[in-house]
Design a protein around this ligand. Structure first.
Ligand SMILES: *Cc1c(COP(=O)(O)O)cnc(C)c1O
Length: 437
């Protein structure tokens, strides 16, 4: 399939194909983040020239309806005029100072206003830095070594988080990548998502060694998977009982599934929260925060070291602050909910009419259609999807002018600029794609 697809994309996107050849000479795999490389669907990646509203345009001059949204941040749509103007104005005042600014206080206050569980936070430049730092803080705070994560949840590429699960209830970690030391991975325990008995059993065995449980409260990184009724409550109850820090990784869900993230939707108060993506409004910002008691172990108040030359960068913070303020004043969440429901139901109908049985998950404006007839609520379920069918669907949609994430195991994102006519064009494209694949 790969070769056929490669030839096809080359013919249809000659400039992208040429750029990819050049990129591969100097950048590993031609990309600066692996999933961009189209390995999950075959063919070669599109190189993007520009983006506006709900669409992106590639180097060959083709325009697509975009459901990647830079993997989540672009909830207002691409190149929102107010965000762009704010960045332009900020740039004229200088791009970086390496000293504190009032903007950072304002962004912190905006986050705290949306997330009552956060009393103090620190800004980073990526979600990965936020999760890595949160783990260090949790270990420093508790004095305990071990971390519990869930199979299929992604928390960035930090060493202790790049660990896969094996079989069994509590599989002691094996590194997912060469270069991650087994002795580091050994301190990460991976258990299945949506299974309260698994976490109960780990804590029964070694509860006093566990510093933190880190979780995507709504998963985006095995495709969109929602927590089952009572699951997050069980995680909260067990961590509290054993004095482990509960970290909600809301890098994707923060300001996405609701202004106050999944913790607002499911009414859970974690001890710490990681943010990223939307809080940078398309520029690099991450954050970790939580109760003051915990955050005050961070240097220079406490002994846990964490730093960043460009952390709180004025351009990035300006883009984030403008985005968060627009989200507060516009409150697009009810409209996003309606639009995404319309999209997912429409695609489901189109699939059904062509005899495809897909299983659709959606929370707010995050969605995934899995090519499996069975409901998906964990990694085992997600991995039963027919990836070859997804790959054919992906390419058929691309030909019809719709840009989906190039992997079955990624969430799609709807922005404020995806109006009904764009949604209906997408459903029509899906109808044709399902008929063809
Ligand atoms: C994207 C993501 C990260 C990593 O953020 P980066 O900015 O890519 O480092 C961490 N956790 C979750 C849940 C994410 O979706």
């Amino acid at each position: 399939m790969n070769n056929v697809m490669t030839d096809k994309t080359k013919l249809q996107h000659p400039i992208s194909a040429d750029l990819f050849e050049r990129a591969r000479q100097v950048i590993p795999g031609g990309v600066n983040s692996p999933v961009r490389a189209f390995r999950g669907v075959g063919g070669t990646p599109l190189f993007i020239q520009s983006a506006r509203g709900a669409t992106i345009t590639d180097a060959d001059g083709r325009t697509y309806i975009d459901y990647v949204g830079s993997w989540g941040p672009m909830i207002l749509g691409h190149a929102h005029p107010e965000v762009i103007e704010a960045i332009r104005a900020a740039a004229l005042r200088g791009t970086s100072y390496g000293a504190p600014t009032e903007l950072e206080i304002e962004l912190a206050l905006e986050v705290i206003d949306a997330f009552p569980s956060i009393e103090k936070l620190r800004l980073t430049s990526s979600g990965t830095e936020a999760t890595m730092s949160a783990l260090r803080v949790a270990r420093g705070f508790t004095g305990r070594p071990k971390i519990v994560k869930f199979e299929g949840c992604y928390h960035g590429h930090g060493d202790s988080l790049l660990v896969r699960a094996g079989s069994g209830v509590a599989t002691l970690g094996l590194p997912d990548s060469p270069g991650v030391l087994p002795e580091v991975a050994l301190n990460t325990i991976t258990i299945p998502y949506n299974d309260p008995t698994a976490i109960e059993s780990v804590f029964d065995q070694i509860g006093s060694e566990i510093a933190a449980v880190i979780i995507e409260p709504v998963v985006g990184n095995m495709g969109c998977v929602a927590p089952r009724e009572g699951f997050l409550q069980a995680v909260r109850r067990i961590t509290e009982k054993h004095g482990a820090v509960l970290i909600f990784d809301e890098v994707m869900t923060g300001f996405r599934v609701a202004r106050g993230g999944a913790q607002e939707v499911y009414r859970i108060r974690p001890d710490m929260t990681c943010l990223g993506k939307i809080i940078g409004g398309g520029l690099p910002v991450g954050a970790f925060g939580g109760r003051s008691e915990i955050m005050d172990v961070v240097a220079p108040v406490g002994p846990v070291y964490q730093a960043g030359t460009l952390s709180g960068n004025p351009l990035a913070v300006t883009a984030g602050l403008t985005t968060l303020r627009l989200l507060k004043s516009l409150d697009p969440y009810p409209a996003l909910e309606r639009a995404t429901k319309r999209l997912v139901e429409g695609i489901g109908r189109a699939a059904h009419e062509s005899g495809w049985r897909i299983s659709s998950n959606r929370v707010g404006s995050m969605f995934t259609g899995f090519f499996t007839p069975d409901a998906v609520y964990d990694w085992t379920g997600a991995s039963k999807s027919d990836r070859k069918a997804f790959a054919r669907f992906f390419h058929a949609m691309l030909e019809k002018g719709v840009y989906l994430a190039p992997s079955q195991f990624e969430a799609g994102f709807v922005s404020m600029m995806h109006d009904d006519s764009i949604i209906d064009r997408t459903i029509e494209a899906a109808r044709m794609a399902f008929n063809r694949i």
